[in-house]
Design a protein around this ligand. Structure first.
Ligand SMILES: *Cc1c(COP(=O)(O)O)cnc(C)c1O
Length: 232
C-alpha cells in the first residue's frame, strides 16, 4: 500500500505535468507558471511530504490554522502565501510572517500591512483580489475601483504590488472559464499600460488551471489535486 507521503508526491507530480502541458499548449515556457500548494485544512505532515517532493510555496487561508504550521515548519521554512479573507485584527501577524498576500482588496488593509511590515524584511508581495462579474465569493475589488486602489497601493514602501488574483465562479465550461480569466488579464494589462510594473496573475485552481494558464496565469493555487478532498 502507498503511504500518504508517496500519494502526495505522486499527485504533486501530476499537477506539475498538467501545468507543463497547459503551458506548452499555450506556447508558454512552463517555468513561467509557479505552483502554489494550497495546504489549508491539511496537517503539517502533509506539507512536509510536499516539501520532500520539492514543493516550496504554500498557501493558507485561515490565520489561526496557519500560525502553528508556520511555527512548526522552520528548518527549512517554506515560502508562505496568505490567500484568505483579510481582517484588520489579523494583519499584523500576516505582515510579520508571510511573504505574500494574494487577497488584498482595500486601502485600509494595505495601509495596515504597510505599517506593520517589519522594516528589516523585504517588502510584502501583494496581489489585489478582483471581483469579476459572477464571482462566487463576494470579496475583491470591482474592476471600476481597481485602478485607483492599485495606484494607491503601488506607492506604499513596505508593500510590493505584484499583480492581480481572482477566484471566478466555478464552471465546467472551458470557454466560460477562459472568459473570466481573460477579463482579469485585460484588467492586468490595463494597469501595466498605466505604468505599473506588475508581473503576477494569480489565477487557476484544481478544476480550472488549464484555462487560467491559457489566459496568462503566472501562479496557480492548487489544493485538492495535491492533498485530496477537503472536509467541509
Ligand atoms: C482553497 C483555495 C484554493 C485551492 O482550491 P482547490 O480547488 O482545492 O485547488 C485556491 N485559492 C483559494 C483562494 C482558496 O481558498
Amino acid at each position: 500500500m502507498m503511504g500518504r507521503a508517496q500519494v502526495i508526491s505522486e499527485q504533486l507530480q501530476r499537477v506539475l505535468t498538467r501545468i507543463a502541458r497547459a503551458a506548452q499548449a499555450a506556447g508558454r515556457d512552463p517555468a513561467t507558471v509557479q505552483l502554489l500548494a494550497v495546504s489549508k485544512t491539511f496537517p503539517v505532515a502533509d506539507l512536509r511530504a510536499a516539501m520532500m517532493a520539492g514543493q516550496w510555496c504554500f498557501g493558507e487561508s485561515y490565520l489561526n490554522e496557519a500560525l502553528p504550521k508556520l511555527a512548526t515548519l522552520t528548518d527549512p521554512a517554506p515560502e508562505w502565501h496568505f490567500i484568505g479573507p483579510l481582517q484588520s485584527n489579523k494583519t499584523r501577524a500576516i505582515a510579520e510572517q508571510f511573504a505574500w498576500v494574494h487577497s488584498l482588496a482595500s486601502l485600509k488593509h494595505a495601509e495596515r500591512l504597510n505599517e506593520q511590515r517589519p522594516v528589516d524584511l523585504p517588502p510584502l508581495n501583494v496581489c489585489l483580489q478582483v471581483n469579476i462579474s459572477g464571482e462566487a465569493s463576494k470579496s475583491g475589488v470591482t474592476l471600476d475601483a481597481l485602478p485607483a486602489l492599485a495606484t494607491a497601493v503601488a506607492v506604499l514602501p513596505c508593500l510590493r504590488l505584484r499583480g492581480l488574483m481572482a477566484i471566478p465562479a466555478p464552471s465546467t465550461d472551458p470557454d466560460a472559464q477562459r472568459a473570466a480569466f481573460r477579463a482579469v488579464r485585460h484588467a492586468f494589462e490595463a494597469l501595466q499600460a498605466q505604468g505599473l510594473a506588475l508581473d503576477t496573475l494569480s489565477m487557476g485552481m484544481t478544476d480550472d488551471l488549464e484555462a487560467a494558464i491559457a489566459e496568462g496565469a503566472t501562479i496557480v493555487r492548487v489544493g485538492s489535486a495535491i492533498f485530496g478532498a477537503r472536509e467541509s
